[in-house]
Structures are given as C-alpha cells and as structure tokens.
Design a protein around this ligand. Sequence first.
Ligand code: ACO
Length: 326
Amino acid sequence: SNDIVIRGLGRHVPEKILTNADFEAIVDTSDEWITTRTGIKERHVVSEGEYNSDLAVGAARMALKNAGMEAEELTHIIMGTITADHVVPSGACVVQEKLGLKHRVAYDISAACSGFIFGLENARAILALHPEAKVLVIGVEVLTHRTNFEDRSTCVLFGDGAGAAILTQGGEGPKLLDVKLSTDGSLANLLTVSGGGSAATYKLGDTVGPEYFIQMQGREIFKHAVRSMTGICNQILEDNNLTNKDVDVLIPHQANWRIIDAVGRKFEIPAEQVYSNVQRFGNTSAASVPLALSEADETGFLKEGNLVMLTAFGGGFTWASALLQY
Ligand code: ACO
C-alpha cells in the first residue's frame, strides 16, 4: 500500500529536573503562581556537556528500536529545531554523524514549536518522490539555552527534550493520513530570539543582551495560539470530510496547560481525550508534540482504531495539524 506509516516513535529528556521550588530561588515567583498560570510543575534541563544532538540521538535510537530497524536503514534525517548545537553545521548533520551514518539527506527545519509537524509534511513529500525512503523526523530543543533566567515571565515556561518518528510507505503502524501547515510573518515580533541572527549586528567582544533569549508577549500569543490551533484542526478535518466528533484523541503543543485546555474546549473534545504532559516537561517547543505522542503511544493512551489529531503553534508565527489513524 502507499499509505504513509509511522513505524516507530521515540523520546529522550535530560535527567536533570528543575522544579517550581527551584525557580523560587532563581526569580521572584512561586509554585502557586506557576501552577495556576501554566500547569507546569517541573521541566527537564540539560547538564553541562549535554547537547541538543544528544537528546535527538536518544530519541532516534528509541524510535529505531520501536521500529525494529537499524540506523543504517535510514535514508533521510529531518530535524525541527531552533536550538541546534551550532549555527553551522546543521543539527541533522551532527545527528547523522552521531548515528554513525554518512551520505544521507540530513537537514534542519526552522519552524519553532511547529517544527516536528512541518517535518512530517517534509517526510510525506520525500516518500512521494522516493517510495523506498526511510525517514527519521526529530523534534528537539534545548530551549533553556535561549532562556533568560532573569525574566520570570518566560524562564519558568521552558524545558529541554526530544521526540522522534520513523516514517515509511507501507508497513506496520499508525497511518499519517494528512498534514496541514500555515504561517504568518506579520506577527513575528510577538515572539522572538533575535540576537545571533544576521540582522542583529554584533562584533567580537560584545556582551550578550536579553535579545539573545526568548522574548515574548505572553497574553497576545495565548490568544493567537488557541485560535490558530483550533482553526487548523478544523481545516484538516474539513479537507478529509471528517468532524471533531470523529477525533478520539487530541495531542496539542504543550505550551501551557491553560492553552491546552482552551484548545480542547474550543475544539469541543472531552478533556479526558486531550493528552497533556506539560506538568512534567514544560514547553519543549519542537519536541513537545513528538514527546507527548511517543508517551501517549507507549502508555496505551492511544488505542487501535483511534483517530488522533496533532496540532502545534509557534514563533513565526507557524502552526500546523496532522491526522493519524491508529
Ligand atoms: N511568577 C510570579 N509572577 C509572575 C511571573 C512568575 N513567573 N511571571 C509573570 N508574573 C507577573 C507579571 O509580572 C504580572 O504582574 P503585574 O500584573 O504586576 O505586572 C502578572 O504576573 C500577570 O502577568 P501576565 O503576563 O499578565 O500573566 P498571564 O496570566 O498572562 O500569564 C503566561 C502569563 C503564563 C506567560 C501566559 O500569558 C501564557 O501562558 N501565554 C502564552 C505564552 C506561551 O506559552 N508562549 C510560548 C508558547 S508559543 C510557543 O510555544 C512558541
């Protein structure tokens, strides 16, 4: 069959944990504020010497194991990330090397929190052109590297992690029925990391300012995130002659619990059918959807016959949805 199939899923987070209590010692905040505003209780963060590529490789190896494949079989490595180890080389090239591979097609996608779902659409395109391809799609982020730990309104939100999926044409596993992507550059200034880009002129000896870290207007983003994710979920359903009643499980970007809850309500899906792990990982950007998907798959939250909706929203703005048939 020429169905696009997810053959294996994986995830990897650093061992080190930062709890809300830990943040009480870093900025003027409280467990109570963070919990009620975001639902986040703790996040995993990298330790000295632990990099984006290490998390990506950890997730990739778990996906390979679950797929019953050897790394050698992979033909393409696509990585959604805005926090690769380096500006050059790309994160995917580093991951290729760490997986012991050469001569693969490996590249990064810059779509912030929507990076993994953008990667799924790339996988579909590659598999349409190259039916024998075995495509590894990774969403990975070390957002704490771009977090301003003096800014209480952002620093409590983010965590590090990776999730991965291996896709082929045909084979055993949930089918990727469709993907839908969208972007809007006119709202870019609501969420930026501008320092280090070529429009932010800098020279040797400059000190790193707050523009090197995530800067955002939380309230505005909140509104757009809810509206955009709900909208693109409804659009993909319409394209496929389905309705929200057909969806068994919704896995939204894990930015914060109130956004997840609001998307679930607006999409009119019962809360118990919405997957959330933001309590334990915070916002891991491009990693958040595959990290949640891999967990939901492994713990049996996702069942045979389920129609599963993935959705994400991120800086750019970028937003996306994907439909899986379990
Ligand atoms: N601890 C204690 N007080 C805080 C903290 C904190 N960590 N952060 C902010 N505050 C204070 C503010 O200073 C403000 O005080 P003031 O009224 O005296 O000025 C007060 O709390 C209210 O701040 P708001 O920003 O209005 O709080 P809000 O209820 O909007 O919650 C939040 C803030 C959690 C950031 C919310 O707007 C939000 O979740 N927005 C979405 C942001 C997001 O998730 N961005 C990334 C997602 S998109 C993506 O993933 C790319």
